[in-house]
Design a protein around this ligand. Structure first.
Ligand SMILES: NC(=O)c1ccc[n+]([C@@H]2O[C@H](COP(=O)([O-])OP(=O)(O)OC[C@H]3O[C@@H](n4cnc5c(N)ncnc54)[C@H](OP(=O)(O)O)[C@@H]3O)[C@@H](O)[C@H]2O)c1
Length: 253
């Protein structure tokens, strides 16, 4: 299989590095030339080349992956000539299948939400609709999750928008500790260790999320106390409000 990428930025770099370390390492890749430094670094991998321009990516590729930012998508894609019969996988947040069809003329289009963990072949990637080559690609990069309807896909996109909040949560904990007498570097070391361990624990599918919370909250203990204040004083509601706002944005409501 030959993949072509329009947009050689952060997520493309993660995908290409993940692909080349995966069971699909023999798939070849053609990259668009913008972000020359990223493209040149990736071109050091076997079977990865950089095209002269975006149209040359389309000519080389059996499947085209769209990975430019939403703000420039219409302008970039509108100026290109796609082959209607060749599949298109769009990673562009918020750009609908209808808009993609209008811009590319392609008949076989899907959307996907890969995250940087594709590089470690550890990402669960929703694919809507579950287009075969996209499912094959993202299965090799962790797990491909078939999504049958748009509102579910938008909800996955919303779920993926909490990453900065998770880091901000850790940052707030470390800042609080530093404000309470711990040298900032030590507070950060402690919080990194804590969250890294929790990151491993949450991967244990033997326990539900609710069970994990219970298991980390001794009755009458310190963890239970913080969670109660967080939940009762609007922390959980703030999270839901943020997600409602993102859902409204991604679904165009
Ligand atoms: N980052 C993620 O984790 C992630 C996850 C899922 C989906 N996405 C989606 O993937 C898309 C890309 O995100 P990103 O984080 O990879 O963004 P990014 O790092 O900014 O990459 C965007 C790339 O598009 C290039 N570009 C701009 N104009 C172009 C043009 N006319 N022709 C070809 N390439 C052009 C940029 O080149 P220059 O640097 O030269 O401008 C850059 O290489 C977005 O739509 C985003 O919603 C991202």
């Amino acid at each position: 299989m030959h993949l072509g990428f329009i947009g050689t930025g952060t997520i493309t770099a993660h995908i290409v590095r993940g692909l080349k370390a995966s069971a699909l390492a023999d798939w070849s890749v053609t990259l668009s030339p913008r972000s020359a430094e990223v493209a040149a670094a990736l071109a050091g991998l076997p079977g990865v080349t950089v095209a002269a321009d975006n149209q040359a990516v389309i000519e080389a590729a059996e499947v085209v992956v769209l990975a430019v930012r939403p703000q420039v998508a219409a302008e970039v894609l509108g100026g290109l000539q796609f082959h209607p019969e060749r599949p298109v996988i769009s990673l562009i947040a918020g750009l609908s299948l209808d808009d993609l069809a209008g811009l590319t003329g392609a008949r076989d289009i899907c959307r996907a939400i890969p995250l940087p963990s594709v590089e470690a072949q550890a990402c669960v990637t929703p694919v809507y609709p579950p287009q075969p080559q996209a499912m094959q690609l993202f299965a090799a990069l962790g797990q491909a999750l078939p999504v049958a309807d748009l509102s579910a896909f938008d909800a996955y996109a919303t779920g993926s928008a909490v990453m900065a909040t998770w880091f901000g949560f850790a940052e707030t904990v470390a800042d609080w500790m530093a404000a309470n007498g711990i040298p900032p570097a030590d507070a950060e070391t402690y919080v990194r260790g804590l969250f890294a361990n929790l990151g491993e624990t949450i991967g244990d599918r033997g326990r539900s999320l609710e069970q994990l919370r219970h298991d980390h909250a001794t009755r009458g203990g310190l963890n239970e106390q913080v969670w109660r204040v967080f939940a009762d004083e609007g922390g959980a509601d703030a999270l839901r409000t943020g997600m409602d706002a993102v859902m409204a944005r991604v679904s165009g409501r």
